[in-house]
Design a protein around this ligand. Structure first.
Ligand code: ADP
Ligand code: MG
Length: 506
């Protein structure tokens, strides 16, 4: 079938970075004029393959056949001349140059040895028009918003003849509206005859815009299937190399006695009398819209914020509302924050130092860990957390987001805590790392700890928790059992909290 002719054939591509074998022999067929998704957990090798397609690295082994020739190892310029345009994950805008210069940078319009800016301007204008994107070509790119910069880079990729457009996680920085705009551009590129390789870990996007999906796992392409024949369960299964049931591993862990009780908690105008409890072995999700007070509850329990009214008990023992985080830690309360970059980790340190940082700083100041003990501890955790690469000396800032988050959680696993407070710990984390984090949560509960999750991810709340507590304007609106509620019902509670609150009050 003409439609299924192969425009790009990747054969046995291998690529190592030092001891890390990023690609272990990738085979992939891309059909002419399709939108082809590439998915896979962080570290699976997607970006590395795309950089090889862009000519940024040569492969160690293997071939890439396009138009009857092996194009692997050609220069970026030669690949662009063949119509292969790659928009990389990192935003490589030149901030000091204008929009026009940024668009034309890859192949400036040269005529008899001179730059022909007039022709270039016309081409850039036509490209922006094709994208339905208004922008002043004279603006300095550094002054644009991040999403505008993303569109300028897209314009750069399609301003020249584009046969194969590769987009590496292009929506990470885009709003919903901008994402839809990008999808229209992808649709128009396809209508114009181009082929699009689309890397993303957002399920809805993949199912919305792609014809086929390839799944990368651990440096190889494990499966390629037509999108409409590939269920989400099978997709996640292929990504993780296991069945979907393990995705939410909260087993029937026996729920013990009461661990934390919060009663009449007040905090400024943010919390007005919050009451709840959590038991040993239990996972409770706190959900609510912005301003509901979810984060404040975690902060008050941990001591980052001090409540101005109410009482808190841990294993039946009352503790002070004005405690500090250090006191919380010594009581066995851990907080895993949302923003791992600024709060949860030390980017310049390696994985090992990050994993031991809680013990080092806050607990064992009088019994400093020996270097050997630190290494052993870190090795055990890296293994348990399946950090990729499994290298305790790797710099934290070089890890992918999902792996950083695993380390940020792992540093609280050097000893058992009674209570884990987790604030949006899976936000921005790929699905593979998510599954591993859920498994860790299950392990923590299984060991008798209690977990309180603040989460905006409804599926996560329904999947991992024993109970869901909905907050609205600083009060508890409703407690729900995940087994007896649906996604829609929960969402309605969170969003339509106002109405319900009024009716329950009257
Ligand atoms: N320039 C590099 N130097 C060292 N290791 C790298 C480099 N680029 C990627 N890696 C490693 O190669 C593996 C694959 O990374 P990558 O291709 O970025 O994965 P993905 O895009 O699927 O998240 C990871 O273990 C990553 O840490
Ligand atoms: Mg990547």
């Amino acid at each position: 079938m003409d439609n299924d002719s192969v425009i790009l054939k990747v054969i046995g591509i291998k690529k190592a970075f030092g001891a890390t074998q990023a690609l272990k022999g990738v085979n992939l067929d891309v059909f002419d004029n399709e939108v082809h998704a590439v998915v896979g957990s962080n570290g699976a090798g997607k970006s590395t393959l795309m950089k090889i397609l862009a000519g940024i690295y040569p492969p160690d082994e293997g071939r890439v056949i396009c138009g009857g020739e092996d194009i692997a190892g050609l220069s970026p310029h030669e690949l662009q001349r063949r119509g292969i345009q790659v928009v990389h994950q990192a935003l490589n805008i030149v901030p000091s140059l204008s929009v026009l210069e940024n668009i034309l940078i890859a192949r400036p319009p040269v005529k008899s040895g001179f730059l022909n800016w007039k022709a270039g301007m016309k081409r850039a204008e036509e490209t922006l028009e094709f994208m339905d994107f208004r922008m002043n070509l004279g603006m300095i790119a550094g002054n644009l918003s991040v999403s505008e910069q993303q569109f300028v880079i897209l314009a750069r990729a399609i301003v020249n003849e584009t046969r194969i457009l590769v987009l590496d996680e292009p929506t990470a920085r885009l709003s919903m509206e901008e994402t839809n705009k990008l999808f229209s551009v992808i649709g128009r590129m396809k209508s114009a005859g181009a082929t699009v390789l689309y890397i993303s870990h957002r399920m809805e996007e993949i199912y919305k815009i792609t014809d086929r999906i390839s799944v990368f796992r651990d440096g190889v392409c494990v499966k390629t299937e037509y999108t409409d024949r590939f269920s989400e369960n099978e997709l996640v299964g292929a990504m993780l190399g296991k069945k979907m049931e393990v995705f939410f591993p909260k087993k029937d862990i026996p729920i013990g006695g009461e661990l934390l009780r919060v009663s009449g908690l007040k905090y400024g105008d943010k919390l007005s009398g919050v009451e709840f409890h959590v038991n040993h072995g239990e996972i409770v999700s706190l959900v609510g819209a912005v301003g509901s007070g979810v984060t404040e509850v975690l902060n008050c329990v941990y001591g980052v914020a001090n409540a101005d009214g109410g009482e808190m008990f841990l294993d039946g023992q009352k503790f002070s509302l004005s405690h500090t985080p250090a006191e919380a830690i010594s009581l066995g309360i851990a907080l895993i924050p949302e923003d791992r970059v600024s709060e949860g980790m030390i980017g310049d340190y390696d994985v090992k130092n990050n994993l031991s940082s809680v013990d080092m700083d806050k607990i064992s100041s009088f019994s400093v860990l020996s270097a050997g003990a630190e290494e052993n501890l870190a090795r055990g955790l890296v293994d348990r957390l399946s950090v990729v690469p499994a290298d305790i000396n790797y710099s934290m800032s070089a890890l992918s987001g999902g792996n950083q988050q695993k380390v940020a959680i792992g540093k609280w696993m050097t000893r058992p805590y009674r209570l884990y407070l987790m604030n949006e710990v899976t936000a921005g984390v790929d699905i593979g790392a998510k599954a591993e984090i859920y498994k860790l949560m299950g392990d923590m509960a299984g060991a008798g700890s209690a977990l309180i999750l603040a989460t905006g991810d409804i599926e996560e709340a329904l999947g991992v928790s024993d109970r869901i507590i909905v907050l609205f304007q600083g009060r508890i609106l409703k407690e729900l059992s995940p087994k007896e509620t649906t996604k829609d019902a929960l969402l309605t509670r969170i969003m339509g909290g106002a109405q319900e609150w009024l009716t329950t009050r009257n």
